[in-house]
Design a protein around this ligand. Structure first.
Ligand code: IDP
Ligand code: MG
Length: 143
């Protein structure tokens, strides 16, 4: 096991449904530690840039509209195998296919409106953390 950091987003539907405490509780109960957090309303340019890897996908413009439809909460989670563990807590992209008791199974409406984002690998985690927290950095847990 390696201590990792991963980028998590509570998407506009998760904020709208007042799931912030519920989702943070799941992270904390699993042993993941919050080391950075911010609420923000993404611009279209920010959403397009963040999801640039999906620019050619048919759902890209809908995805940008969704991600800019309301505020999001962006956080960095730290812990052993944080990247995979966060993905396990989230569940599969399509809530209909997500394992029981995952965030997406419990609260996701559709393959698009699926409540949370999580980095999918070490390289994307580094890039996504830098995207949101490159200027400020994360806050080391000194206790
Ligand atoms: P992930 O969020 O589980 O990593 P990705 O394939 O990286 O899934 O897709 C990014 C986001 O784009 C998804 O979380 C979802 O909001 C949206 N999305 C993915 N596939 C579809 C689709 O087939 N139709 C509509 N939206 C999609
Ligand atoms: Mg992804």
């Amino acid at each position: 096991m390696a201590v990792e950091q991963t980028l998590s987003i509570i998407k506009p539907d998760g904020v709208q449904k007042n799931l912030v405490g519920e989702i943070y509780g799941r992270f904390e109960k699993s042993g993941l530690q919050l080391v950075a957090a911010r609420m923000m309303h993404l611009t279209s340019e920010q959403a397009q840039s963040f999801y640039a890897v999906h620019a050619e996908r048919p759902f890209f413009s809908d995805l940008v509209s969704y991600m800019t439809s309301g505020p999001v909460i962006v956080q960095v989670l730290e812990g052993d195998d944080a990247i995979v563990r966060n993905r396990e807590i989230m569940g599969a992209t399509n809530p209909a296919e997500a394992d029981p008791a995952t965030i997406r199974a419990d609260f996701g409406e559709s393959i698009e409106e699926n409540i949370v984002h999580g980095s999918d690998g070490v390289e994307s985690a580094i890039a996504e953390i830098a995207f949101f927290f490159g200027d400020d950095g994360v806050c080391p847990r000194t206790r």
